[in-house]
Design a protein around this ligand. Structure first.
Ligand SMILES: Nc1ncnc2c1ncn2[C@@H]1O[C@H](COP(=O)(O)OP(=O)(O)OP(=O)(O)O)[C@@H](O)[C@H]1O
Ligand SMILES: [Mg+2]
Length: 148
């Protein structure tokens, strides 16, 4: 079964509020969250607000070159939560899946947030949450949320 809903973000404050709600109302501690959308849609921006809502402080940079950045946040019970933020835009060597330890990260506990998941197909396990972001003409965003 999957649940769909569609929402508007007029600005980044709306994105931030959405991130807080998603974190407060779902157990993400073992989830894969896939973020879809064109270049510049707002995937990394949403990731920053998700990480902040999970208690990550400090600089959160886009993993476009490193492919993954890892963080420690905390879950609803206050326990440490491993979070990995992937951007597979430049991923093109399947051997790197093993060599860089990506397989291990997906096999372990923790939250995985993934941009450009289609570039890691078919290595990537299926996501539990798929959030698609579309930029509209006035620069607001339409987001659709699918809970798989
Ligand atoms: N809800 C929003 N309202 C207005 N501007 C936004 C919103 N979300 C993101 N932006 C702006 O859009 C720009 C691109 O955002 P971001 O880097 O998050 O995109 P992305 O989807 O991660 O792109 P890429 O595919 O290149 O990684 C940034 O300047 C950001 O501030
Ligand atoms: Mg990005």
């Amino acid at each position: 079964m999957s649940v769909h809903s569609s929402i508007f973000w007029h600005n980044e404050s709306d994105t931030e509020a959405f991130a807080k709600t998603l974190v407060a109302s779902n157990d993400l501690s073992n989830a894969i969250v896939e973020l879809r959308g064109d270049l510049g849609a707002g995937k990394t921006t949403l990731t920053r607000y998700l990480l902040q809502a999970l208690g990550v402080t400090g600089r959160i940079k886009s993993p476009t070159y490193a492919i993954v950045e890892t963080y420690t946040g905390h879950d609803a019970a206050g326990k440490p939560l491993a979070i990995s933020h992937f951007d597979f835009y430049r991923f093109n060597d399947p051997e790197e899946w093993e060599d860089a330890g990506f397989r291990d990260i997906f096999a372990a506990a923790g939250l995985k947030i993934v941009e450009w998941a289609d570039k890691a197909h078919p290595l990537l396990p299926p996501a539990q949450f798929v959030i698609s972001i579309e930029m509209l003409a006035d620069e607001s965003r339409r987001a659709s949320v699918q809970i798989c």
